[in-house]
Write a protein that binds this ligand. Sequence first.
Ligand SMILES: NC(=O)c1ccc[n+]([C@@H]2O[C@H](COP(=O)([O-])OP(=O)(O)OC[C@H]3O[C@@H](n4cnc5c(N)ncnc54)[C@H](OP(=O)(O)O)[C@@H]3O)[C@@H](O)[C@H]2O)c1
Length: 353
Amino acid sequence: MALTSVLYHSRRLYSDSVKSVTARKYVLKKHFQGEPKINDFDIIEEKLPELKDGEILTQAEYLSVDPYMRAYMIRYKLPTDMIGGQVARIISSRNSKYPVGKYVTGSFGWRTHTIVDPNKPQKSSLLPLALLPDIKPYPVSLALGVLGMPGNTAYFGFTELCKPKPGETVVITGAAGAVGFHVGQIAKILGCRVIGFAGSDDKCQYLEKELGFDHAFNYKTVNIRATLKDAAPKLVDCYFDNVGGEISSAIMYHMNNYGRVAVCGSISSYNDVSLPKVTILQPAIVMKELKVEGFLVTRWADRWDEGIMANHKWLQEGRLKYQEKVYHGFDNMVDALVGMLRGENTGKAVVKV
Ligand SMILES: NC(=O)c1ccc[n+]([C@@H]2O[C@H](COP(=O)([O-])OP(=O)(O)OC[C@H]3O[C@@H](n4cnc5c(N)ncnc54)[C@H](OP(=O)(O)O)[C@@H]3O)[C@@H](O)[C@H]2O)c1
């Protein structure tokens, strides 16, 4: 290799052109009451030190807003840095495996710049630190959606817990969101009959017309029990539960014997101060001999790449479609989080920094 090429190469890998960077980050100072509010946070500046050997400096390009952020923060002692996944570009590096210009995903939280040593064990998190492979022509933001944590939640949660068979009837709540619209598409790929419940007529139209769901219903306007009777005359074999609450009880009373329920989340109560009461479920579980199992996607951390690759393949084959609701600006993180919790998104909600 010519000397100029060596110099160029090493400058790219071990760029020290970024001498001093000030990161901005959200610090939670007050536990959420109802919907999150901007006043629950301070946005503070943090001067970052110079890189040590092995470390990289990243600049956030897309930040994720996810329901777990609303549900989890109550566990943290305040003040605390806000949690969350992001796709970030490496802007300085002292690690030859992580060159400048490449992208990484990581659970860095709501912050603009981050110094991290990829060789050191990361805090357990929903989005592992990983170098993003080339996913062109798709946007890097998909690493937070269909090619990231929600995609793997759909892939593993549905296939491993529901164990769907061709011809079976699958019901999904939260069906137009990041996990739900993905589960429905996998169910169609696997030859199932798919019924989704989502929060607007537009979302339902998208699920039926664009994604090929057999039926989609606006849970805010239909009678759930009557709708299930009509749309699932042979009863429900698999239920992927994103929302919990009374709608889930109604669906579980409409299941076949030996039906399988994957309990993914309960977003219908995340903003509630106390847990709501719903129709007792044990009679349905016992009499129909249902298998009901909750899960966290981190259960499949050791198979993470398998899920990403399966979803990437379906995407390339045109069998998996995606949609994103993109919010703009680091200062609008709270609006984005609240917007997602209110149902503004179809598909994955992300923030372009
Ligand atoms: N177990 C795991 O490892 C894991 C991992 C990722 C996500 N999750 C869970 O999966 C679920 C979906 O997450 P996501 O990331 O895909 O979010 P998402 O569905 O993209 O966004 C949240 C959606 O929830 C719906 N929603 C809000 N309030 C609701 C209510 N009262 N009743 C019913 N639906 C309501 C809204 O859609 P509508 O317009 O339809 O109301 C909103 O778009 C959440 O419960 C989340 O906690 C679990």
